[in-house]
Design a protein around this ligand. Structure first.
Ligand code: FAD
Length: 441
């Protein structure tokens, strides 16, 4: 019979949100032994975005401990020793398989039982799998997904084993684009396949996408749009030989990497807590419908105050900020204090090759493209060494979103301000001002 361990606070999940929650608890004054973080992963919380970027590079690849949280937002890296010093129990390699929110009890796969006063659900997402879409041969070895550090380690091993081979990347979202670039930098012959008419079509306008698509083509990456993989032909060694596409094309492959989106991990709590838009419904303090249970990061569907609707956001900036907000709210409720509701301005970013972009706000309405012409060293945008361009989105006469490739820190702060304040502007004005508008904001 296992003993039941009691904690004042338990965080289920040991990802980005868990790490930032731990730091916020210590800022608010945490007693030794009050907090436990229980994670399926075997390492202390780290900045997950590194896995599809510098973790895959052939030279000077990022490795832990260099990217533990909170380095991604300019903070100190929290090493396992930090948790020990603060009296935070980091229970790693432990999957929670049962949660009974009514009795405030959770249980691990190995039968360990934990009780809490306050729970934070920070289980993040899992990668969608091709076998769920009925793709034949999708169980083959040499098909990789990327969510956790153990996935990235398997991919790195394959990159070494299949050096300079043929890679097929399935998916044209941020993971597909980042992994495609990393594979090319590793010397692979890369083809990318995605169903949309252009890459990142949930965020990019056609004009933005066309820049990146040309850039990728110039780097020697083959882009195959408007189709999907329907079957993998698997060799006798269990590895993929060819990828068959819906349009009939056959692609040879030594490695296949799939990035077709994520799904929030909420199954443990089904039927026990209110859900909305496939996430766990929260208020602006990240309280769920169950008392003393909070949900943060990828799993939370929260009120987006600026846009007066409910949203779920699968991005690292929100994981950090929602975790901090939930911890502040927990401590405020204990002290009978009031805190402001979460007022989030969406922020996404990505990096490929020498490129780096930021986006703030909402990409609704009409996109207005602008270029920093003075800076260009060639007329061909996609060959320019230091490309700088952007897009503002106008909705109901207001600038509601802004995207910038190659912006300076100052300009990125500028577009954040614009997206937050939503000034009224005409398309012609924005076209004329372009980058200058970001600089002056
Ligand atoms: P996660 O960081 O995913 O953490 C969830 C944790 O919970 C994991 O440790 C998991 O093992 C654990 N867990 C799950 N279920 C259980 C269970 N039952 N028991 C115990 N533990 C459990 N966002 C950006 O804005 N920009 C980027 O460039 C970017 N790049 C990314 C690259 C990759 C490869 C990935 C996968 C994501 C990227 N993201 C990016 C998204 C961002 O990383 C996530 O939005 C963020 O990590 C969400 O934080 P989270 O704490 O909610 O979940």
């Amino acid at each position: 019979v296992f003993e039941v361990k009691h904690f004042k606070y338990i965080v289920i999940g040991g990802g980005v949100a868990a790490g930032y929650a731990a730091r916020e608890f210590t800022r608010q004054g945490l007693q030794l032994g009050e907090l436990a973080i229980i994670s399926k992963e075997g390492v202390a919380p780290y900045e997950r975005p590194a896995l599809s970027k510098s973790y895959l590079f052939p030279n000077e690849a990022a490795r832990l401990p260099s990217f533990h949280v909170c380095v991604g937002s300019g903070g100190e890296g929290l090493l396992p020793e930090w948790y020990e010093e603060k009296g935070i129990e980091l229970i790693l390699g432990t999957e929670i398989v049962k949660a009974d929110l009514a009795s405030k009890t959770i249980a691990s796969a190995s039968g360990r039982i934990f009780r809490y006063q306050t729970l934070i659900i920070a289980t993040g997402s899992e990668a969608k799998k091709l076998k769920d879409f009925g793709v034949q041969g999708a169980d083959a070895k040499s098909i990789f997904y990327l969510r956790e550090i153990s996935d990235a380690d398997k991919l790195v091993e394959a990159l070494k084993a299949k050096q300079k081979g043929k890679a097929v990347v399935i998916g044209g979202g941020y993971i597909g684009l980042e992994v495609g670039a990393a594979m090319r930098i590793n010397g692979f012959d890369v083809s990318m396949v995605y169903p949309g008419p252009w890459c990142m079509n949930r965020l990019f306008s056609p004009a933005i996408a066309s820049f990146y698509e040309e850039y990728y083509s110039n780097k020697g990456i083959k882009l195959i749009k408007g189709t999907v993989a329907v079957e993998f032909e698997v060799g006798s060694n269990g590895e993929v030989k060819t990828v068959k596409l819906k349009d009939g094309q056959l692609l040879q492959a030594d490695i296949v990497v799939v990035g077709i989106g994520g799904r929030p991990l909420t199954a443990l709590f089904k039927g026990q807590v209110e859900e909305e838009k496939v996430g766990i419904k929260t208020d602006g303090l990240f309280r769920t419908s169950v008392p003393d249970v909070y949900a943060v990061g990828d799993v939370a569907t929260f009120p987006m105050k600026m846009y007066k609707d409910m949203r779920r956001v699968e991005h690292v900036d929100h994981a950090r900020k929602s975790a901090e907000q939930a911890v502040k709210a927990i401590r405020a409720s204990e002290d009978g204090k009031y805190i402001e509701e979460y007022d989030y301005l969406p922020f996404f970013y990505s990096r490929y090759f020498d490129l780096s972009w930021c986006f703030y706000g909402d990409n609704v309405g009409e996109p207005v493209l602008f270029k920093d012409i003075g800076n260009a060293d060639t007329d061909d945008d996609s060959k320019c060494k230091n490309p700088r361009f952007g897009t503002y989105w106008i909705h109901n006469h207001k600038v509601v979103g802004a995207f910038l490739e190659g912006g300076t820190a100052e300009e990125n702060i500028g577009i954040a301000k614009i997206a937050r304040l939503q000034p009224e502007k005409k398309k012609e004005e924005l076209e004329m001002l372009g980058m200058l508008y970001a600089r002056l904001a």
